[in-house]
Design a protein around this ligand. Structure first.
Ligand SMILES: Cc1cc2nc3c(=O)[nH]c(=O)nc-3n(C[C@H](O)[C@H](O)[C@H](O)COP(=O)(O)O)c2cc1C
Length: 450
């Protein structure tokens, strides 16, 4: 695959009152940012289209093609097309207005195009299409028709278009007016969505839109997630991504029938995997210490760290997720369905997709109930419990009033967090009863006996 990027930058920038390609965006000009982004996405061949007589561009290594002033974007694309060699098989149209779009968005588009085996890949923010647009060369060549526009190429055959949901508002934002430039500069000066802010924004999502996730995006999310710390570098985890609808239905059946498992485009089974360690031992003539409770804990902790990283990575890309502890309802049947080898179990699952719900954030108990200084401070408990109860009741009240209940049913506004915990895990706990066979099932999957 040889990919070329075409950067229309021939406009006069009348509304902006300046040449957009030369706008200063955090120390680099807009055109330098776009070219650098293309390079970061693996696109070396960049063609910038300029109006004849426009100010020279800083050196970027991009090819510059000139067009007469006053033309449309399609004229720029035709001029750039005339310079493309036959070896170019994919084209990314990346208007300079979208200079804040990042390489991961471009990579997601190219990944979608690969999966589609051609056609057009279109980024979506807030359900609306934006730029850049990636397309197969055959589609781009349709611009040769002097009456054709980029919009025509995108709209002509809906079946050849794949939309790629992104968390980047910059796919939609043009650099048209001075206020657009101010917004772009503010965004560059201090990231409004730092990682920490992202963590505070977390909510579990239990309803999803039907968009499939591009394979490249799934791979990147899991790849990022597995860079979590791992005990002694054992990397004792595995992830099984289930995208097949019927198989997700089977998974849902084994996980208490939770409907979002069938609805989300992908279900991740986050596994503690000692199979690879066992195989490594076997290659050196030893046997894995499967009865080591310490090793079991290490693999389980490693899997959980990967899982949390995966959820955060998905959220950072504008996706929603929900962990599925119900994957431990029937661990043996689930292991069989996923073809897990011995010494491997699903610690929990996770649904990921473009969210279709907007849950009220649950908040958490007051921080002194979690963060202690120097020594565990038992004295804070009453105040922490009061705060936790109050938070729970407020969440219930808002969920009923603003969302018509939780999972379609009203939530008790009377019960606080403390009473809920007592019901869940005290006395005749149905939660404890449901998974009382877990230890035995883990043994049958090759762990222990502890
Ligand atoms: C390991 C784990 C397993 C979970 N299992 C489920 C599950 O099976 N189904 C579900 O709807 N939510 C599940 N959750 C989501 C929790 O209910 C949720 O995180 C919690 O209520 C706090 O809400 P929040 O994530 O929206 O802040 C699970 C969470 C964790 C950490």
């Amino acid at each position: 695959m040889t990919t070329a990027a075409i950067v229309p930058a021939a406009g006069l920038g009348e509304r902006m009152g300046a040449d957009k390609a030369l706008l200063d965006l955090g120390g680099d000009t807009a055109i330098e940012r776009v070219v650098a982004t293309c390079r970061a996405a693996g696109i070396d061949h960049v063609v910038v289209v300029r109006r004849a007589g426009a100010a020279p561009l800083p050196a970027t290594g991009a090819q510059v093609v000139e067009v007469a002033a006053g033309g449309e974007m399609a004229d720029s694309l035709r001029a750039a097309r005339a310079t493309l060699s036959a070896a170019v098989t994919q084209v990314v149209v990346f208007p300079v207005d979208h200079a804040l779009v990042r390489a991961d968005t471009v990579l997601a588009l190219l990944g979608a195009l690969d999966r589609l085996g051609g056609g057009v890949a279109l980024p979506l923010f807030d359900e609306r299409p934006g730029h850049p647009v990636a397309m197969a060369r055959a589609v781009f060549d349709e611009i040769e028709d002097p009456a054709a526009t980029l919009r025509d190429l995108v709209r002509r055959e809906p079946a050849r278009v794949r939309v790629v949901p992104t968390a980047s508002s910059w796919v939609r934002a043009d650099l048209d007016h001075p206020q657009d430039l101010r917004a772009a500069r503010n965004a560059l000066a201090g990231s409004p969505w730092s990682t920490v802010e992202q963590m505070f924004r977390h909510r579990s999502h239990r309803a999803y839109r039907g968009y499939p996730l591009p394979q490249a995006q799934v791979e990147r999310l899991v790849d990022a997630a597995r860079h979590a710390s791992t005990s002694s570098f054992i990397q004792a985890y595995a992830v099984v991504a289930v995208v097949d609808q019927a198989r997700r239905g089977e998974v849902a059946r084994l996980c208490g029938g939770q409907p979002h498992i069938t609805q989300a485009p992908v279900f991740f089974a986050i596994c503690a995997d000692l199979h690879k360690i066992a195989a490594a031992c076997a290659r050196h003539g030893t046997q894995v210490q499967a009865q080591s409770f310490e090793l079991f804990v290490q693999a389980t902790v490693d899997a959980a760290l990967l899982g949390q990283n995966l959820q955060l990575a998905a959220e950072a890309e504008g996706l929603g997720a929900c962990m599925i502890g119900a994957a431990r309802n029937h661990p043996i049947e689930l292991a069989q369905l996923l073809g897990l080898p011995a010494h491997c179990y699903v610690v929990f699952g996770m649904t990921v997709g473009v969210p279709a719900d907007d849950p009220i954030a649950r908040g958490r108990m007051p921080l002194p109930g979690v963060l202690h200084w120097e020594r565990y401070d038992e004295a804070v408990l009453d105040a922490v419990f009061d705060g936790a109860d109050e938070g729970m009741r407020e969440w219930s009240r808002r969920t009923n009033a603003e969302r018509g209940g939780y999972n379609g049913r009203p939530v008790s506004e009377r019960k606080g967090w403390v009473e809920r915990m007592a019901i869940m895990w005290g006395g005749e706990s149905s939660y404890a009863a449901a998974r009382q066979t877990l230890l035995d099932e883990l043994r049958r999957l090759g762990f222990g006996p502890f």
